[in-house]
Design a protein around this ligand. Structure first.
Ligand SMILES: C[S@@+](CC[C@H](N)C(=O)[O-])C[C@H]1O[C@@H](n2cnc3c(N)ncnc32)[C@H](O)[C@@H]1O
Length: 225
């Protein structure tokens, strides 16, 4: 809580201490035409890969998305925690999209801006610290892969409760109840938010995203999907 000129402003921590530490390492990466940063140790720690394996994972995830929605409205997509942007690239190569927006930390957005610009993929970028700027905007599809469980709970709820009501459908890959160290609490809490706005289904997808004990959480505003 902050007191400014007699007014009280509530604020919450938006980035976890783990990511604050990782971000200072991301800031040191040098960006060059060869995109060599993708094969760096720090990127290998935070994003499944290198590039070849990561591309395979992203292709699997897009296939999973196509197989599980009978109709996909992909006019305007919002992705929370897009990493360096490889999913955004593969998504737009396979699914016609008018507008794609990535929300992430400024530190990661420096990398995704560079990567997507180099690959000539169109995207809007929003700093998670300024996410209020897109509250009220309509999106046809909400996407988030292995990120929500890494955002402090209060900020996660702030994002979900302000963005999901304006989305037509969602596709989330994240921890399930079997993930040791908080998976049970996270997945129960996530479901309680998702079910306020959508019909929800979950599908075990560890072999597709190459992460143990992860589920696909998927939903639309009607139950025919
Ligand atoms: C494990 S990586 C996953 C990246 C990518 N979605 C993938 O599947 O490879 C987690 C992502 O969440 C992002 N992230 C961490 N804290 C965040 C926050 N508070 N708001 C938005 N994104 C955040 C990280 O910068 C990173 O891009």
């Amino acid at each position: 809580m902050i007191l400014v000129f007699g007014e009280i402003f509530m604020c919450h921590s938006k980035i976890s201490t783990t990511w604050i530490d990782l971000n200072s390492q991301l800031d040191r990466l040098i960006l060059d035409d060869s995109l060599s940063f993708i094969e760096s140790d720090i990127i290998n720690r935070v994003i499944i890969g290198g590039f070849e394996k990561n591309t395979k994972v992203c292709k699997n995830e897009v296939k999973l998305l196509l197989n599980n929605f009978s109709i996909i409205d992909s006019q305007s997509v919002i992705e929370i925690g897009g990493g360096y942007g490889n999913f955004c690239r593969i998504f737009q190569e396979n699914i016609p999209t008018k507008e794609y927006t990535i929300v992430d930390t400024n530190n990661m957005l420096r990398l995704s801006r560079y990567f997507l610009d180099t690959k000539k993929v169109k995207c809007n970028f929003v700093d998670t610290n300024k996410i209020e700027s897109i509250f009220g905007k309509k999106f046809s599809l909400f996407v988030s892969n292995i990120c929500l469980s890494e955002i402090p709970e209060e900020h996660r709820v702030f994002i979900l409760d302000n963005i999901l009501p304006n989305c037509g459908a969602f596709f989330i890959i994240d921890a399930n109840k079997f993930l040791v160290g908080g998976g049970e609490e996270f997945s129960k809490h996530l479901m309680s938010i998702l079910e306020k706005y959508f019909f929800v289904r979950t599908i075990e997808c560890s072999n597709i995203c190459f992460q143990k004990n992860h589920d696909l959480y998927i939903g639309t505003k009607n139950d025919r999907f």
